[in-house]
Design a protein. Sequence first.
Length: 195
Amino acid sequence: MGEPVAVVLGDPANIKITTEADLELARLRVADETGLGLRVGTGSDLHRLVPDRALVLGGVRVPHSRGLAGHSDADVLTHAIMDALLGAAGKRDIGHHFPPGDPAFRDADSTGLAAAVAGMLRAAGWSIVNVDTVVLAEAPHLAPYIEAMRARLAKAMGIEPDQIGIKASTAEGMGPVGRGEGIEARAVALLRKVE
């Protein structure tokens, strides 16, 4: 064009948007700057181990001599995740939405309840960014079942398995979990407003 060329300093916040991932990153950045974007919630659950009951964690039956006592399938991992999701969205806990004395939820599959929670969140304009969890149990050994749990939970919530972290640990012999009396789960969830 015959015009002089000028060089200016760039701004790292001025990102080039080429792919869907670039666009998603830009949306997250804008949402954070407006204060409307991200919300964190925590959840935990603890149930006693009892005989003559299947052990279900993350929607997966785990072979064990005992299962968890509860009105539904007593899936502590899924319950902790649901409470984390509901808390991040500013909603009441799972006991409010699925009362433990309600016959409709007797022996309920908790992943079906998690699907209902994910639907509530979508209807309120929230998207699940990720969920991170830990299950505390002296036994059984859970590592062989973690990928199946991630897949089952992801399907229920309408997200990808890599958006769910599941770790297993013990209580090192301390407290009711350490004595093998129960299993506990803790979860943290991150939501993004998508209205």
